[in-house]
Design a protein around this ligand. Sequence first.
Ligand code: NAP
Length: 263
Amino acid sequence: MSKFKIGFFGAGKMAEGILSAIVEKDSVIMAEKVDARADELVRKYGVVTTDDVKGVAAAAKLIFLAVRPQDVDVVAAEVKDMLTSSQTLVSIVAGKTLAKLRKAFGRKVKLIRVMPNLALRAKAGMCAIAPAANTPARDVAAVRKILAGAGETVVLKEKHLDAVTALSGSGPAYFAYMQEAMVEGGVKLGLERKVAMLLAGQTMFGTAKFLRESAMDLGAFIEGVCTKGGTTAAGMEKLADPAFKRIVASTLAAAAARSKELA
Ligand SMILES: NC(=O)c1ccc[n+]([C@@H]2O[C@H](COP(=O)([O-])OP(=O)(O)OC[C@H]3O[C@@H](n4cnc5c(N)ncnc54)[C@H](OP(=O)(O)O)[C@@H]3O)[C@@H](O)[C@H]2O)c1
């Protein structure tokens, strides 16, 4: 095996997010077919690229599977016979179960599933890690150490990954949608869009930061902002319609159901 310790099947958005967490980027090899994208990765990060997943399978000890769910079987067919018991495959693919991955990639390779989110790219990601039963703890610790470079990690049983996918995996889109709704509301009240973006974005960021750091109870926090007879209380009277939480719950349920379907 060559000097490459970490490899990637797929070099898209999430692969780049994980890459940002890796300290020794010159020990990374990524499979990328599109020349312009490969050149960009080499220039920005100093990684090595190959146009073929087999090049990664032959060279890396720890490999992230970061292709879209519909591309997994094509990649697996190419590398299955090459992977050995000294290699670890870390799949970030939504929905694909350890059982399905085992079938696709063969019995030898050690398996770990990770559900990350796009906030990795701002080094504030959330990664849930679910190892296969026979994957050694030191491999799980190594993956956790890498991912901790780009945010929070938690080790969970695989049965929770559909819920994780729905909540933190897809969550960035839902929070962005809330921000968009706040921006549109601000614009309707006469603010410039650019100003409304700043106000909504910084408020979302600051609230999240405060709540994480203080670990304050959410109900108590909301109550604290809602001065009796004040402006926030008037706003919350609209938002606290039971339909709002029902919509959020059904949003997560739909995402979790899709995660199950993707298996
Ligand atoms: N996006 C999210 O927020 C998020 C969150 C959690 C988990 N995930 C999971 O992360 C995975 C990747 O998502 P993404 O958003 O990073 O997608 P993406 O940006 O589309 O990246 C996927 C990459 O894989 C490449 N690829 C496909 N087949 C390949 C092959 N045979 N050999 C080499 N490269 C190949 C694609 O190249 P081409 O475009 O040229 O085909 C593309 O660059 C998905 O399975 C998804 O379920 C995503």
